[in-house]
Design a protein around this ligand. Sequence first.
Ligand code: PA5
Length: 427
Amino acid sequence: MIKTKLNFTNIEKEVELFDKTRLEKIKEMILKKTGQGNDFLGWVNWPSSFNNEEYKAMKISAENLRAEINYLLVIGIGGSYLGTRAADDMIKGLYSKDKVKLIYVGNTMSSTYISQLVEFLGDKEFGIVNISKSGTTTEPGMSFRVFEKLLVDKKGEDVAKKRIIAVTDAHKGALKKLADSKGYQTFTIPDDIGGRFSVFTPVGVYPLLVSGINIDNVFKGAKKAEKELLKNINNDAVKYAVSRYILHTDKNYKAEALVSYELQMQYFAEWWKQLFGESEGKDGKGLFPTSMIFSTDLHSLGQFIQEGTKGIIFETIIDVKTPQKDINVPSNKEDLDGLNYLTNKSFHEINSIALKGVIDAHVNSGSVPNIILEFDKMDDEMFGYAVYFFEIVVTYSGYLLDVNPFNQPGVEIYKNNMFKLLKKPGY
Ligand code: PA5
């Protein structure tokens, strides 16, 4: 479902000749769980071994909640919301008419955002899924206080109890304690799956079920990827991991931009940035992951890519072969805008031609290597496949760089400073 193409990189030979023994060792480290961070490899077999009983319970709960609400507040930060947002946008598109819409909160402490959301919710019917693996993260915790109170004030405790769900650790953390004491239904994030690898657990599954996404199809894609990418090194995920490693360590590139020509992939790229940024960026190593949406960014960052500082950034292009929908450019008798030459083509055809033209410009006159990732399509099954694909890539990438891909010690430093300044007890 994903093909890695290297025709525009100039490193095809190096990738082909890359040390296979090293890759075999990494594969064994993943399968036998012997590498750094090995207690966080629960995601590896999750698509084929997740807890079916909990999945059934989530389906029932989500269906009941869907019947009552029009908005679901997804409270969470980082890995506790990015995968959900990536899936919802990619699969449903940006103007879905579905009954339930997801609203993301808990990823900001902006007073304006929170206040405007309180005003927006007015007399709208909403529910809350509060997601935090640690159960102690400040940003979602603060937001939960606001919106839990809003719901209780508007609807009373009994209704709130039915409309508030917690997704958290099975035993520890403030959220688990809070949910148990108030009688909120809870679903569990497994101990051995970290935030940014958790979209197939209740973290993503619960809100996406409420949003009306077909999770069976998401798992179908994830299972296909598990089958194709886990047990051998001759696949497109490993090929992509090796390519970006060579561009980083041999060719000295410092940054990678994930590029898509589909606006609804913007949050997929945000999810990807977290996955790679937190997994690779440590011990003074790693590519800086950034993203662009074309054509939008061709009219801003495109200038820099074409003619700015060379040798720092390469592009990885997601080329979606079959769009969810297509539309023709209408013909017009007067042709005052001179666009009738396009009327025998659809938007997707023109977008695909633009992609080819841009690659040519960036690679040949801009000297920017382009890796191409061909996606068959952009739906639920593809989402499942793509998430697992990039999780495999980032694990190989981390182990190639000799870092632990599954921790994020740097994130703690800002938290400690903030707690000291806020005079949190114990800091
Ligand atoms: O990848 C990670 O583990 C982090 O980005 C977390 O997802 C993020 O910090 C949120 O943590 P928590 O779910 O504990 O509130």
